[in-house]
Design a protein around this ligand. Structure first.
Ligand SMILES: Nc1nc2c(ncn2[C@@H]2O[C@H](COP(=O)(O)OP(=O)(O)OP(=O)(O)O)[C@@H](O)[C@H]2O)c(=O)[nH]1
Length: 520
């Protein structure tokens, strides 16, 4: 039998053609979800082509300002279900046992603000003894590839390292990511068991996550396993507290909001109290992710790989299990609520509300906070159901143009994505031959950072230093910088300097002039 329902409002759900008794409704809801869950896991494509298409087609209708209007699209849900009202469901029903395994390749997204320790964690994963064959996709913000060579140099573990340097994964090179994953799968499927994607430090993870559900080429072969977010214990608050202009995304907040696992890294650089207040701040943004404190990204690998954070089976079985005793009205209500993607990101009121909660639960912070469905799962449903969240105005809409805040600059065809990065933040890359006078370079950098360390988010370079046979790796995050010799220069290798600065209001000419003045 078919059930048709129109969701108008979470408080006002109407059923048509359904049996009248609550008991019947209750078992029906289970049947619907069983069907849904098994279809989801067994035939991801089938699910999308038989059920979701009905739901996927975005309609240019209303502008849904969730904060002010508790209104949802009128959307006709059609779900086929065998309404076996005679077989009563029990609380012990274990729906997950009916779900066959999902054999798609798992993918992990490593994200975190600039310099938080993503590459350090990646190297830890790649050099650890886990028996997994890992393909790596690296995305760098600057035009010059520094991380790629640092990862490649240190690892024997990676099956494949592919670089995406010509833009940010969350916007301009999303298409490249899709092609790259499709390429990896088509040509080397049997050569790796896991894909790890390191985003730039300025990536907004939401559109990257959506790629895993919106693109058939990816969805059919790869499943998103989890989002791991690194947080720099010393500098994170600086970025989390930064007030951005309306419509500009705060990437540091977004990265935490979408995490399954948060790693508070660099705890050696700060005291316990600072870490505690940072953890509290993180909890205000994301109460559901697991959290660990570390140095140099040293975490157990099962904390970051094989998380199962985005399993559709898990999501739907959570829904089912939580609804076993409830009637179908409540089921739809829950479902409707899931579509209500609430931006944890800029809701200062909620932050206040949870401050006391976080304080009370302080000692449990780093353990289990899974009392609900996480933001990424909401995003998953969001992706499945064809809604988009506009970060410019916090509206949910069926397509970009349906958003009331439609602006050509961020919704146009060339640069269409649902967020805008801070235009004041940019990168300056310098590539030049020659050898550096290390002492001069030290003085220049020291002065630069004394004057501008807040604005200087990240510096990294592969340098040729006078009198040194090795490449010199230079790393800087705000006021902390360090350098060390790496591998030997090759006999025929030109001694090129490559250095990238990322920060706010950077003056490219001034930086280039300063750097070149340190060359001999
Ligand atoms: N003191 C300290 N330094 C760390 C720790 N983890 C990483 N670092 C250093 O921090 C710097 C940045 O680390 P990366 O791993 O390159 O950071 P990232 O997030 O990949 O940087 P981007 O890709 O540029 O955003 C490097 O110099 C690391 O050695 C830590 O726990 N403590």
């Amino acid at each position: 039998m078919s059930i048709y329902t129109t969701i108008q409002n979470p408080e006002e759900t109407r059923l048509e053609g359904s049996p009248g008794s609550m008991a019947a409704l209750s078992s029906l809801s289970v049947d619907i979800l069983t069907t849904f869950a098994s279809l989801t896991s067994r035939h991801p494509t089938t699910l999308r082509s038989t059920i979701l298409p009905f739901l996927l087609i975005p309609r240019r209708t209303h502008n849904l300002a969730l904060k002010t209007t508790p209104y949802f699209h009128r959307r006709r849900f059609s779900v086929s279900a065998t309404a076996t009202t005679s077989a009563p469901q029990t609380d012990e029903s274990d729906l997950t046992t009916k779900i066959p395994p999902d054999n798609r390749i798992p993918a992990t997204i490593i994200t975190g603000f600039l310099g938080s320790g993503k590459t350090t964690l990646l190297n830890h994963i790649l050099t650890a003894d886990h028996g997994k064959r890992i393909a790596v996709i690296e995305n760098e913000y600057g035009e010059v590839d520094i991380d790629g060579s640092l990862v490649a140099a240190k690892t024997a573990g990676a099956e494949d390292i592919v670089m995406l340097n010509n833009g940010c994964l969350c916007c301009t090179v999303r298409g490249d990511l899709v092609r790259m994953i499709a390429d990896l799968v088509n040509k080397k499927k049997d050569k790796f068991d896991h894909i790890v994607i390191e985003t730039t430090g300025l990536a907004n993870p939401a559109p990257i996550i959506q790629t895993f559900y919106a693109e058939d080429q990816v969805f059919n072969d790869v499943k998103l396993d989890g989002v791991v977010t690194l947080v720099d214990a010393k500098h994170a608050l600086l970025h989390l507290d930064e007030v951005k202009p309306k419509g500009v995304v705060n990437e540091a907040v977004e990265q935490i909001a979408y995490a399954d696992r948060v790693i508070v890294n660099k705890t050696d650089l700060v005291g316990e109290q600072e870490i505690d207040s940072l953890v509290q701040r993180i909890r205000n943004i994301n109460r559901m992710a697991n959290l660990k404190r570390t140095q140099y990204g040293k975490v157990d690998l099962d904390y970051v790989l094989g998380i199962g954070g985005f399993d559709l089976e898990r999501l739907f079985s959570t829904l089912v299990t939580s609804q076993l005793n409830c009637n179908i009205w409540r089921f739809w209500l829950t479902f409707a609520n899931l579509l209500r993607i609430e931006s944890a990101v800029s809701d200062e009121d909620r932050k206040e509300d949870h401050a006391s909660h976080d304080h009370d639960h302080h000692h449990h912070d780093e353990h289990d906070h899974k009392h609900g469905i996480s933001l990424h799962s909401q995003l998953l449903l969001n992706a499945c159901f064809g809604y988009l969240l506009c970060h410019s105005c916090d509206n949910i809409m069926a397509d970009h143009k349906a958003c009331g805040c439609y602006h050509a600059d961020h919704h146009d065809g060339h640069h269409s994505h649902d967020h805008t990065h801070d235009p004041g933040v940019s990168s300056v890359s310098i590539v030049c031959e020659g050898s550096l006078d290390l002492e001069k370079a030290n003085i220049w950098l020291g002065t630069l950072l004394m004057e501008r360390s807040e604005d200087m988010y990240r510096m990294k370079g592969l340098l040729s230093v006078q009198g040194m046979d090795e490449r010199f790796v230079f790393q800087g995050v705000h006021d902390i910088f360090q350098g060390s010799p790496e591998r030997l220069w090759g006999p025929d290798e030109p001694r090129m300097n490559k250095i990238v600065f990322i920060g706010k209001n950077l003056d490219a000419q001034e930086l280039e002039k300063g750097f070149k003045a340190c060359l001999l």
